[in-house]
Design a protein around this ligand. Structure first.
Ligand SMILES: Nc1ncnc2c1ncn2[C@@H]1O[C@H](COP(=O)(O)OP(=O)(O)OP(=O)(O)O)[C@@H](O)[C@H]1O
Ligand SMILES: [Mg+2]
Length: 472
């Protein structure tokens, strides 16, 4: 599938001509290659794109904000004037940005879409989450510069690309709003030559030529029709028309000569990541004990259990589920002294199950001496911080004698590689609800691993302190 080539117009300086450039470049490019789909949208909230391209005044519900939802960009696009298609602007874009994280969302969305041809993105003069997303997705970033400060501001864009391990060569500077009436003495005759020399000196690449400041072009934004008129149709007599033609040819040539587009690279990365995640998920599934770790009842084929706990040891040797009743019997009998068959403490079971939903349960087995071991039972919050705990002392001959010992101890026996128990073993359990397999999905398992790592670090620190205390 041919993926789109993305051109982002960005500058942290306001009023340098970004929107004028984005909108008119879209029209000139369409003029150069009639069959090439050209799609334009703006993360600016001035609605210039809509005023220039909308075929009717009828409001539409699609807007650029939806590029950050699960919507397919191809479905957000409206047919527009001059053959340019556009995604309507959004008034609440800035209120929405608080919900956004990550600079790769737009790139991933565009790389999955069926949108083709050229995508031109106009941005606001702030390096906010939308601009960052537009930069991250870009094959070409065009930065209009009109003076020394706007040139200095390019550094933030370049730094962002470097931070993201993207090439600075994506940037092309373009002197804009150049007042050609002003001439200097010395080697640089006008502000265009001066800006270009500054830019090259700082290691930036520039397009050939510039866009001049023209009263005619400025007037195209103000007219009785209440529309913003294009240079191609209403400013043909200006030098800016020729300058845009020259610019569009350079951009089009870049497009024709490009290697794999940014969207193709992002799509490949996504594919590799998804393949990797799927492989990891399969590995996790393969490791799962086939039935309940306690009673061996097998997991129903539809994967639905009335209630279950996911449990894994710290080195991933033991991994699987325990039916809710088995787990409660085991923990309540071993740690809370509830006696089997007495049916007492239904309320304790309910309470336990309810709080287990919001917490993680950690079991730690420690060998104290040849005939004594200890099981610590901790309830942890969602982040792995201890909330409460209790300790169970186990005194018996032959610690890992399978005939004897508590049921919790039997669980540790299953997790140990040999008959000899390691000095310290950890098991983490979490109540999974009735779809236990959801626990091995990426997000849930990642959270699980984070909690497990956190508590391991805490326990190691505690143990060091104990050791230090014992030595003094
Ligand atoms: N070549 C030009 N000649 C004269 N005026 C121009 C030219 N290009 C843009 N302008 C005018 O300059 C002003 C700023 O342009 P524009 O809105 O394109 O800048 P911008 O960088 O998008 O601004 P913002 O940062 O506010 O989004 C507008 O009034 C526009 O009509
Ligand atoms: Mg603008």
């Amino acid at each position: 599938m041919a993926r789109p080539y993305v051109i982002t117009i960005a500058s942290e300086k306001g009023g340098v001509g970004k929107t004028t450039l984005a909108t008119n470049l879209a029209i000139y490019l369409k003029g150069l290659a009639e069959d090439l789909p050209v799609t334009l949208f703006s993360f600016d909230n001035h609605f210039t794109v809509d005023q220039m391209f909308a075929l009717s005044k009828k409001p539409v519900s699609n807007h650029v904000g939806q590029l950050f939802t699960e919507s397919d960009p191809a479905e957000l696009v409206s047919a527009g004037q001059y053959g340019v298609q556009f995604i309507p602007s959004c008034r609440q874009l800035f209120e929405r940005q608080n919900h956004l994280q990550g600079v790769n969302h737009l790139a991933e969305t565009l790389s999955r879409s069926t949108l083709q041809g050229l995508v031109i993105i106009d941005t606001s003069p702030i390096l906010d989450i939308y601009t960052r997303n537009a930069l991250y997705a870009a094959d070409r970033v065009i930065v209009p510069i009109k003076d020394a400060p706007s040139l200095e501001n390019c550094r933030n864009l370049a730094d962002f690309l470097t931070e993201q391990s993207l090439s600075k060569a994506t940037l092309r500077l373009l002197p804009c709003l150049i007042d050609t009436r002003i001439h200097f003495d010395g080697p640089f005759k006008n502000s265009y030559q001066l800006l270009k020399a500054y830019a090259i000196n700082r290691g930036y690449k520039c397009f050939e030529g510039y866009i001049a400041k023209s009263p005619k072009v400025e007037s195209l934004a103000t007219n009785p029709q209440g529309k913003i008129l294009p240079i191609l149709t209403h400013g043909r007599s200006t030098d800016v028309h020729l300058q845009f033609m020259h610019l569009a040819r350079q951009v089009y040539l870049d497009y024709l000569q490009h290697g794999p587009t940014r969207m193709t690279i992002v799509a490949d990365q996504l594919y590799n990541l998804e393949t990797l995640l799927e492989r990891e998920r399969r590995q996790r599934t393969a490791k799962l004990h086939p039935g309940c770790l306690c009673c061996d009842n097998s997991l129903p084929e539809d994967g639905i259990w009335p209630g279950a706990y996911f449990l894994e040891d710290s080195d991933g040797r033991l991994s699987g589920f325990i039916e809710e009743n088995c787990f409660l019997d085991m923990v309540l009998q071993d740690c809370y002294g509830e006696q089997k068959g007495r049916g007492a403490a239904d309320s304790l079971r309910e309470l336990f199950a309810e709080s287990a939903e919001r917490s993680y349960l950690l079991l730690q087995h420690r060998v104290i001496s040849d005939d004594q071991s200890q099981i610590d039972f901790y309830r942890l919050d969602q982040h792995g911080e201890k909330i409460s705990g209790r300790t169970l002392l186990i005194k018996q001959r032959g610690l890992f004698n399978r005939q004897r010992g508590s049921r919790l101890l039997q669980l540790f026996q299953k997790s140990a590689a040999s008959e000899h128990p390691p000095e310290r073993q950890l098991l983490l359990a979490h109540r999974t609800g009735n779809q236990p397999l959801a626990m091995i999905e990426q997000q849930a398992y990642l959270q699980w691993q984070t909690v497990f790592s956190r508590i391991r670090v805490d326990l190691a620190a505690e143990s060091e302190t104990e050791q230090a205390d014992a030595n003094t």
